[in-house]
Ligand binder design. Structure first.
Ligand code: SF4
Length: 415
C-alpha cells in the first residue's frame, strides 16, 4: 500500500518540545524520520526520548552527522532511536519500512540485539525524483545573503570529490543527480513562486562537464532565477564563472579556510592563496557576489596565523565573511588526529563559536575570541556598512542582510 507523508519543521515553526509532540500526536505516525545533529545532540536525544515515550509504536529513524560518528554506539545507548540512515539519498532503506530487514541497505539498526548496517556499492548517480518542497513551510525559510524571498535549497550532488582533512562531506561517497531531474525541480520551484534558490552541493561544479550541461539546460529553459552556491576557488576559472553568471548565479560562497599557506597544506585544502585571490577578483569582475568562509583554531593555529587569516579576509574584501571555530567532525582525519593526541574536548561543538578541540597552541576559549574578533574587524570597518547599503536592491534584501549581520557579529555563521 501507499504511505501518506507529513512534514513537521519544528525549527521553522519555533515549536517547543511540547508543541512539537502535540503536532506529532495530531499526525499519529507509524514511522518518524528526524534529523539529528552533532551541534544539537543532547537536545535532540532529549526530544527523541519524549517522542518514544509518547509514541512507543512508531519507529524512529534519524539522519544527520551525529549518526556517522559511532552509529552502533548511538543505537545501543539511545534505545529511543530505532535506526540511523547511512545515506539519505539512497532508496534502498525503504524495505525497512515494511520490516523486510534482510532487504534493507544504507540503514543501521539493531535486529534482536544484532547490529546491522549493510551499505550499497558505490554508485556514480542517484535519483530522488521530485522533492516535495510544498510539504514544508517553505515560505518561512530564509537563507543568509538571499536577495529575494521565498527561497529554496536544491541539491544536485551528494558528498564531495575533494578530501580536505577537516571536512565530513569529503568523506561521503560522491555521486551526482541527473541533470534533467535537477532542472525539473527548478522549474517546479519557479511555479511554486520561489524567487531565489541555492544549490546545497558543498562544492558546486566539481564535475566540470556535468556542470556545463546543467547550466546550459538552465539557460536553455529560460529559468531566470538568481541563485547561490558553495564553490572552490580552483574551479572558478573565467569560462566557468561566465557560464554561472549567465545561468543566474548571484553569489558564490568560497571556502578560503585560512590565510596561512602552511595550514592550508597541512589540512589538504589543495589551494594556493594566489589562486584564491584570483577567484575573488574574477567573481567581482563578472558581477557575482562573494562570501569568504574561514576556519580559525585548526591544530597548528597560533596568533600570527590567525592574524594572517583576518588580513586575507580584509584584502579579499568579499561581500560577506564567515569566521568559524574549527570542529573535529566525524569520519575526518582531523578527528582521528585529535582523538590520537588527546585534543578532543567533550561536550557539544558548534562551528559558530565553540570548538571541541583543545590543542597545545590554543584552547577553545582562545579560538572563540579569535572568531569574534575577526568578525568584528571585518564587519565594523568604516565604510563597509555604507557599501552594503548602497549595493542592496530591495527592502526585503535589507531586512535579510540586517538579520544576517547581527548573527555574524554574535559569532561566525557558516551558511
Ligand atoms: S571543504 Fe569543501 S572542497 Fe574540501 S572536502 Fe569539504 S566540501 Fe569538499
Amino acid at each position: 500500500g501507499g504511505h501518506e507523508i507529513r512534514a513537521l519543521d519544528a525549527m521553522a515553526g519555533r515549536l517547543s518540545f511540547q508543541a512539537a509532540l502535540e503536532r506529532v500526536a495530531e499526525i499519529g505516525p507509524d514511522l518518524i524520520v528526524s534529523l539529528v545533529g552533532q551541534a544539537s545532540l543532547a537536545n535532540d536525544l532529549g526530544f527523541f526520548a519524549r517522542l518514544k515515550a509518547g509514541f512507543p509504536r512508531a519507529r524512529l529513524i534519524v539522519s544527520g552527522d551525529a549518526g556517522f560518528d559511532d552509529t552502533e554506539k548511538l543505537l545501543r545507548e539511545n534505545r529511543s532511536i530505532d535506526a540511523v540512515l547511512l545515506d539519505y539519498v539512497s532508496r534502498r532503506w525503504l524495505p525497512y519500512m515494511e520490516k523486510a530487514y534482510d532487504k534493507a541497505a544504507d540503514i543501521a539498526f539493531l535486529d534482536g540485539g544484532r547490529y546491522r548496517a549493510r551499505r550499497s556499492a558505490p554508485a556514480r548517480e542517484y535519483s530522488i525524483g521530485l522533492p516535495r518542497h510544498g510539504l514544508f513551510p517553505y515560505r518561512k525559510y530564509r537563507m543568509p545573503f538571499a536577495r529575494a524571498l521565498p527561497y529554496a535549497g536544491v541539491a544536485t550532488d551528494f558528498g564531495c570529490p575533494f578530501k580536505c582533512g577537516f571536512c565530513l562531506t569529503g568523506r561521503l561517497p560522491y555521486k551526482l543527480r541527473p541533470v534533467a531531474e535537477v532542472v525539473g525541480e527548478l522549474e517546479y520551484l519557479k511555479k511554486l513562486g520561489i524567487r531565489y534558490f541555492s544549490f546545497g552541493d558543498q562544492t558546486f561544479g566539481a564535475d566540470r562537464q556535468r556542470t556545463e550541461n546543467l547550466l546550459s539546460a538552465m539557460i536553455g529553459k529560460g529559468l531566470d532565477l538568481p541563485w547561490a552556491c558553495f564553490a572552490r576557488a580552483d574551479l572558478l576559472d573565467e569560462p566557468a564563472v561566465k557560464l554561472m553568471r549567465r545561468a543566474g548565479c548571484d553569489l558564490a560562497m568560497i571556502g578560503v579556510e585560512s590565510g596561512d599557506q602552511g595550514l592550508l597544506d597541512r589540512y589538504g585544502k589543495g589551494l594556493t592563496i594566489g589562486r584564491i585571490r584570483e577567484a575573488f577578483a574574477l567573481c567581482r569582475r563578472l558581477g557575482i557576489r562573494t562570501v569568504a568562509t574561514f576556519i580559525l583554531g585548526l591544530p597548528g593555529e597560533i596568533r600570527e596565523t590567525a592574524e594572517r587569516t583576518v588580513r586575507l579576509a580584509l584584502e579579499l574584501d568579499p561581500d560577506f565573511a564567515s569566521f568559524n571555530a574549527a570542529v573535529a567532525k566525524p569520519l575526518t582525519p582531523l578527528a582521528a588526529e585529535a582523538r590520537l593526541r588527546g585534543w578532543l574536548r567533550p561536550g557539544p561543538a558548534d562551528q559558530s563559536g565553540s570548538s571541541n578541540l583543545a590543542t597545545g597552541n590554543a584552547g577553545p576559549e582562545a579560538v572563540e575570541a579569535w572568531v569574534k574578533k575577526a568578525a568584528r574587524r571585518f564587519y565594523l570597518r568604516p565604510g563597509y556598512l555604507m557599501r552594503r547599503l548602497m549595493s542592496m536592491s530591495s527592502f526585503t534584501e535589507l531586512g535579510i542582510n540586517l538579520a544576517e549581520a547581527a548573527a555574524l557579529l554574535r559569532g561566525g555563521t557558516r551558511p
